[in-house]
Design a protein around this ligand. Structure first.
Ligand code: ZN
Length: 271
């Protein structure tokens, strides 16, 4: 009897000892079925995705002038408050290249490109105008848009129209003397960052306005009326052949847009 039992267990065990049956219970344990648990581990990396550094910040882009301004002189010439007790025309037509490419088209195209790039980084972008066929808005309204958006940075984009064809280069204007805290150090820091970045990206500073690409101004309504860090970039001289060609071309506009985008991001990151 005893030997018979031993033989049976040996056959059923397959492994020759009594341990296999003993080991069987562990194999029926939920270990294999619990293996899906580790497979849920990859969900943790998704929680470690960090948002871009400036996500949620607000940037107001102000493309100078507008496509309908020249056809609406009455509306454009009416006087509005421009800060420091001055009254100035609501808006102006802007300049153009000798070939007739208008400043308003250039500023609108560049602002759109800058805005798209910033929005891709999670930055909230507000424009002072949404098309290039309207009239205005007036300079005081443009300032109000930046103020009520509580913008972290406001950048007006322009191009100059010096009568001297040899005059060239960009400059960045800021309000001076400052009328509030935002026009002080924050605006000056923004101006320096934009100047430095454009220079690093290969643009030359103005040969005819300001000093080393910076221009302190007391007469610009949009800057005077702002309560946020604000600058105005004059990208170059549309009457200079080289810069006119650059500002009229899509690739040239992209170069300006990339540099301005980079500058705004650098300023925001440093805040
Ligand atoms: Zn302009």
């Amino acid at each position: 009897m005893l030997t018979g039992l031993l033989l049976l267990t040996a056959c059923s065990g397959g492994g020759g000892t009594a341990t296999p049956p003993a080991a069987a219970p562990p194999s029926t344990s939920p270990v294999p079925s619990s293996s899906p648990a580790p497979s849920t581990v990859p969900s943790t990396p998704s929680t470690s995705v960090t948002p871009p550094p400036n996500a949620g910040k607000v940037v107001v882009l102000d493309p100078g002038h507008n496509g309908g301004n020249s056809a609406n002189p009455k509306e454009i010439n009416r006087k509005v408050p421009a800060g420091r007790g001055a009254m100035k025309p609501c808006n102006t037509t802007g300049t153009s290249t000798n070939a007739g490419y208008p400043e308003h088209a250039f500023t609108f195209a560049v602002a759109q490109e800058v805005g798209k790039a910033l929005a891709d980084k999670g930055i909230k972008v507000v424009y002072t105008r949404s098309d290039d066929t309207g009239v205005g808005p007036c300079v005081d309204e443009r300032a109000k848009i930046g103020n009520s958006a509580e913008a972290d940075a406001v950048v007006s984009i322009h191009a100059d129209g010096s009568t001297s064809a040899s005059a060239h280069g960009f400059h960045v204007a800021y309000s001076s003397p400052p009328l509030n805290a935002a026009q002080g150090e924050p605006s000056q820091k923004l101006a320096h960052t934009v100047r430095d970045t454009l220079r690093t990206d290969g643009f030359t500073t103005s040969t005819y306005i300001g000093s080393a690409g910076l221009s302190a101004r007391a007469d610009l309504g949009g800057l005077n009326l702002s309560t946020r860090p604000t600058v105005l970039v004059e990208c170059g001289n549309m009457r200079n052949a080289t810069e006119a060609a650059q500002m009229s071309s899509a690739t040239g506009q992209t170069r300006y847009a990339e540099a301005i985008t980079q500058a705004i991001e650098a300023y925001l990151t440093a805040q």
